[in-house]
Design a protein around this ligand. Structure first.
Ligand SMILES: Nc1ncnc2c1ncn2[C@@H]1O[C@H](COP(=O)(O)OP(=O)(O)O)[C@@H](O)[C@H]1O
Ligand SMILES: [Mg+2]
Length: 307
């Protein structure tokens, strides 16, 4: 019996495969960019972990998201144990779904207007004061995230060559959160446990803050990392993230928040396909990758015990 990892980017597999090998967990990746499955068949016994990413379309896999929806529905209909299953994919690929669920659970979220198509964008933006942010509903790695200091600048962007249309046609217009310090925090949760929090330096890093080693931007020399372990972070929001994850069937996720200059703690992004940064892993009090391996290993053992 194996662990099956569903995703579309083979570059992300090596660190995971290494950790599974070290833990003695049999594993296989299932690449979903172009893959077939037969609904009439029984899926192999095992534990499935979906890592389908919101940015899969940017790697030449425009159908991976929808194929994964089908695969997850099939696996779940056959009673398979799925980590970050069908519901979680909906959250991963839609910031609107994330924000709606977070707000319903009582989290402070940024005021957001979702606009389908581009015809209504200019008018909708005028409902927000400046500055405001635009971003893609199906995001990840900072897709389409831009700050506008005037509505005219936004009009010019919409009419100009830099305009990027979102994969699902939906653009979010969002309140700009003024951070007390130029950083965001990401809280990593695995299998109902808090693992660690990291900060990302937004003064240097801008809006593209993917901590994965695979996302490292090529530089000409050694550069101080944008990411740091947020040591000693202890806050009631951690317990609330764990409860939220539990209620939505999220096994593995990173929750991002900004602490604003006026004292709010605003949650604005949930990442269910985090790639852990090797430097952070080495510096943190415990390894998130080891926590993932332990969690999946326990699920696999439970599956084996059931026969
Ligand atoms: N409403 C906002 N106000 C201020 N900064 C924001 C806001 N939304 C996003 N950002 C910045 O842009 C980055 C990327 O946005 P995010 O919503 O996390 O998209 P992605 O899913 O692509 O990571 C954030 O980490 C943060 O630094
Ligand atoms: Mg983010």
């Amino acid at each position: 019996m194996k662990l099956y990892v569903l995703h579309e980017n083979p570059e992300w597999y090596a660190p995971l495969a290494g950790a599974f090998d070290r833990a003695g967990l049999p594993h296989e990746q299932w690449l979903l960019g172009e893959a077939a499955f037969d609904l009439a068949e029984e899926p192999p016994a095992g534990v499935y972990w979906s890592r389908m990413s919101a940015s899969s379309h940017t790697r030449g896999h425009p159908f991976a998201k929808d194929q994964t929806r089908g695969v997850l529905a099939w696996l779940e209909s056959r009673g398979r144990t799925v980590v970050n299953g069908r519901r979680v994919l909906d959250l991963e690929v839609s910031k609107v779904e994330q924000l709606a669920a977070l707000a319903a659970a009582g989290f402070d979220v940024p005021r957001t207007i979702a606009v389908a198509g581009s015809g209504e964008l200019a008018a909708a933006a005028r409902k927000l004061p400046v500055p405001f942010i635009s971003k893609h509903n199906q995001g990840g790695k900072g897709l389409g995230v831009r700050k506008f200091d005037s509505h005219r600048d936004f009009d010019a962007y919409l009419a100009g060559p830099d305009y990027e249309s979102p994969a699902d046609g939906i653009t979010l217009l969002q309140e700009f959160l003024v951070a007390a310090q130029p950083r965001i925090t990401r809280v990593e949760v695995v299998g109902g446990e808090y693992i660690y929090a990291i900060t990302a330096d937004t003064a240097r890093g801008g809006f593209q803050l993917c901590p994965a080693d695979a996302c490292a931007i090529g530089t000409t020399g050694p550069q101080e990392s944008l990411f740091a372990v947020r040591t000693g972070f202890s806050h009631p929001v951690i317990g609330r993230y764990i409860d939220f994850a539990d209620r939505h069937g999220i096994g593995i996720a990173g929750f991002e928040f900004i602490e604003t200059a006026d004292g709010r703690l605003v949650t604005y992004d949930i990442n269910t396909t985090t790639n852990y940064n090797a430097e952070i892993e080495a510096a943190a009090p415990r390894s998130a990758l080891a926590a993932v391996t332990g969690y999946l290993g326990r699920l696999l053992a439970a599956e084996r015990a059931q026969g």
